[in-house]
Write a protein that binds this ligand. Sequence first.
Ligand code: GTP
Ligand code: MG
Length: 445
Amino acid sequence: MRTIAAISTPQGSGGIAVIRISGDEAFCVTDRIFSFQGAKRLFEVPPNTVVFGRIADENNKEIDQVLVSVFKAPHSFTGEDVVEISCHGGVLVAKQVLKTVLKAGAVLAECGEFSKRAFLNGKMDLAQAEGIIDLIGAVSQKGADKAVFQMEGRLSKEILSIRETLLTLAAHLEAAADFPEEDIPELSYDVVRGTLKTVLENLNKLLKTSDYGKVLREGLPVAVIGKPNVGKSSILNYLAGQERAIVTDIAGTTRDVIEEFVQLDGIPVKLMDTAGIHQTDDIVEKIGVERSKTAANDASLILAVFDVSNPVDNKDKEILELIKERPHIIVLNKSDLSRNNDLEGTEVSAKSGTGMEKLIEQIVEFASKDTNENENVITNERHINCLIRCKESIERAVLSAEQNMPTDMLAIDITEAIGDLGEITGQTVSQEIVDKVFHNFCLGK
Ligand SMILES: Nc1nc2c(ncn2[C@@H]2O[C@H](COP(=O)(O)OP(=O)(O)OP(=O)(O)O)[C@@H](O)[C@H]2O)c(=O)[nH]1
Ligand SMILES: [Mg+2]
């Protein structure tokens, strides 16, 4: 395979930049441009060591003083010989080092090519590789935690264990069908059904986590609605930890939807502050009110805000009517003032912060949907599709088992399900899918 190279650190200036080289020729390519004291050639250097030296171009003009890390196959990220040149982190210098490396015989890596090689060389499976990318792209602490689970292979382990159960079952069914003279004890339909139902439960359990996975990927959309002046913007500002929206005592201050990404207890939340909902002839406000209603409709969760210091009026009743069919939390704001209504909900004061912890807890509980801290969470659309297909195959097999169909019929569906699970980890996956997965990776990864 060709020896590849790319800048693995982001564009821009920083303390250092890293140029990664991987392939059979990684050491000789580097030797052509790198000089250092001690051993003469890089393959003589012990693996996993760092060497200080200088990089020069073909005219022996020094480009930079660098540190070179040496990893020998198969004990490297890609499983091949790998050299990582840490140079000074200027935009120009990193590019110049790369240019010299390419001139010395390496070719520019494609997006995700290092990770693809790691996958092809068995250093990690497909789901693990995708975990790395999720970790790099994580926008929240909980998202990062789940990506680490995936990168470590915890998701793969769970998938492989389900696959193993199906493999054993399929092998037994097929052996019984193919070699009837061998006297292989037949599995009763009850046993087959029982095993398939357990598999189905496990698949459903995994698929159920994908809602939370979507939250971790995209953030939970939460709309803050209520009549004017109840303190919606004040609540947004409190949760955002900054004065994001204008707050005044004039009713109708907010006239548009204001979005703010926040992390609540490590979970990403897209908060939407909205215009106060009421009847108005003001044309701008009218549009704002329509947008509030749309935001409420599109959100996964509504924070319906009421002012405890005022009696419930028709405008509040309109809000209660609007949210009754949708997931919501009733937020009773201004709890620092004396109480003038008997609404039930979560009492908070955006002014003093009282009750906000409880509100955050409720939002987080809604977002995480009973997912246990230690559970795998399905965050990847590709994995969801594979699991859905697998589930459908198993459902067909269960139906066949219930109708006492010939066992080789069942085996066909089970084999399909095995393939679907193998696609997640990459054991049974087409080249086309592999290329597609890695193409989404960044350059140098
Ligand atoms: N005492 C008290 N006043 C509050 C509290 N929260 C907000 N306020 C005041 O209530 C008024 C309205 O607050 P906003 O946050 O602008 O209310 P809003 O619901 O966004 O109002 P509109 O954008 O006009 O719909 C301001 O004067 C705030 O200072 C609170 O918890 N306690
Ligand atoms: Mg407002």
